[in-house]
Design a protein. Structure first.
Length: 186
């Protein structure tokens, strides 16, 4: 059976599976490769509108260090896909970088004005719970700090169960990230 797919459908499929795989303790190389592929497709779709997302042009990185930062992000992605230039090289890989690619892809979906699916929304909230120090001051940060006292962000089994429940009950309001903010506003 042949499938007819558009780029957003492909990216969302890759993104959803990378989220599920992350919380299922799957092979971090595979999770990163899938998340980076989804991120790249969505980045290509939004960059014509002037959006860079969170990863490629973060305001905390000095302009003269931006190229170095982007290389840091791309090294694992390229290492996992190619061997033509570095067939005998090794890589020290930090799997937490994958979380940035996933969050960035979720932000790109918002930039495309697409409603977030449960796994995408849940991931964004989970990321905020795990990294409250990155949030702007405001209602959303206060809410996440309150939840952080009740939720173990390292309990991936419970998180995966929660995503499944969210997918069963359908869409809800919440994360809006195109403005590169976590304050619940567009």
């Amino acid at each position: 059976m042949k499938l007819t797919l558009n780029k957003v459908e492909v990216a969302r499929s890759q993104l959803r599976q990378s989220i599920y795989m992350l919380f299922s303790h799957a092979d971090p190389v595979v999770v990163h490769t899938l998340a980076a592929a989804a991120n790249q497709i969505l980045y290509d779709l939004v960059k014509t509108n002037g959006h860079n997302g969170i990863a490629r042009n973060p305001p905390i990185v000095r302009p003269d260090k931006l190229e170095e930062w982007n290389k840091y992000l791309k090294v694992p992605q390229n290492f996992f896909k190619h061997a033509d230039r570095d067939p005998t090289e090794t890589l020290e890989f930090d799997p937490e970088i994958t979380e940035i690619f996933i969050l960035d892809a979720v932000v790109f979906l918002q930039c495309l004005e697409l409603p977030l699916k449960p796994a995408e929304r849940f991931f964004a909230h989970w990321f905020a719970l795990k990294h409250p120090d990155l949030l702007n001051e405001g209602v959303y940060k206060d809410l996440m700090l309150g939840y952080a006292k009740k939720i173990d962000v390292k309990d991936y089994d419970t998180i995966l169960d929660a995503i499944k429940v969210m997918e069963e009950i359908g869409p809800t309001s919440g994360f809006s990230g195109c403005a590169n903010r976590f304050d619940g506003e567009k």
